[in-house]
Design a protein around this ligand. Sequence first.
Ligand code: SF4
Length: 370
Amino acid sequence: MNTLIFNLDIYFQCAGHCTGCFLSQEERQDNQFVDYVFQNDFFHQIKNLIEKKITEETQMLIIGFGRGNILSASDENLHQLAKLIKNIDQSIQLNKKFEISTSLIGKIDPQIKKAQILLSASSSVYFNVVINSDIISTNFWNNWRLFYQYNQNFRKKHSIIDDADILVLNINPDNLPNIHQLYQNLFINDKMILSPINVAMFPYQRYINEDDLLNINLWMKQFNEKFHEYDINYKNFLEQLNQFSIHDFSMLQNYFETNQNSYVFIDKYNQIQQGSLSIMGEIDYHRLNKKFDLKTDIKNFMKIMNKNSRCIQCEHQTSCILSGAYLVAVQNHKMKKNKVFLIGKNIQQSQESYCLNGYQEIFEYYKKKI
Ligand code: SF4
């Protein structure tokens, strides 16, 4: 891997309710930045950490500041964050991206102004605009287009060529977004916004039945057909993944280690947590386990796969494991077992013969294309 990613949990306030959100209700009400980020020695701490992690192969450094709606923070905090970004930008000589999380929930004008505080800090600041896929309100999309245009104008004025803020689409299986509408929402005056799109389909907190899973598989297929020319996270992820050739278990271990070495998560207590990039986005295992209490080991998933005729015949088992998509399947299997325990044998007896996470079509498509 030649991209080194740091993710810092520095702010949590957000008025949204995305299905895949890893934050607690209490955290989402907290509108203060964490203390450590503004301590005098933090810049040196992060700089040292980055320098230790950089290898000869490192070509790109991404530093994510999350994970609430950072544009709802105070101007004072944002100026402090801008200073930190500027210091890192000037001291690390690598291609860089600073990715700032926002949900754009709230009044748009103040958020546009606050965005400019951060854009002024570096030409490499981008926003990860997280969209709850439940949201179909015209108002939200008007706000997104306005935000995009302001940022684009700001960057043009400062001769910054790349203006691609990122849309993060949090998928709710109960309310899959209308693909045609989604596509239409990405136009400004007949010109398409070519913003990168991250599809985030994290494990769900309820049992996803066979019909839901078939719908998710179909939705993913249709989404991919419509958006395949876009810069999409799963496409980029599979492109990287296909460079690895995996023939045995030790290579599998090697892949996981390489992947995990390229990611550093710093939690709200300024502690480093284990994490990795997945087809769904970045995952920190600490929060994943806290929220879902999942058995993440691969042998456990193999047992589940061996009971599902679709999985047994699936050509993409390795991709499913390496990409982290298997975590959705493991969670769903666990929820099914709980449901069987609660309501009886009916579901238990049904033979599983469908993709358990919705990614099979995507694996198939990109196997051919890349
Ligand atoms: S992609 Fe779907 S069908 Fe293939 S192994 Fe994974 S869960 Fe099973």
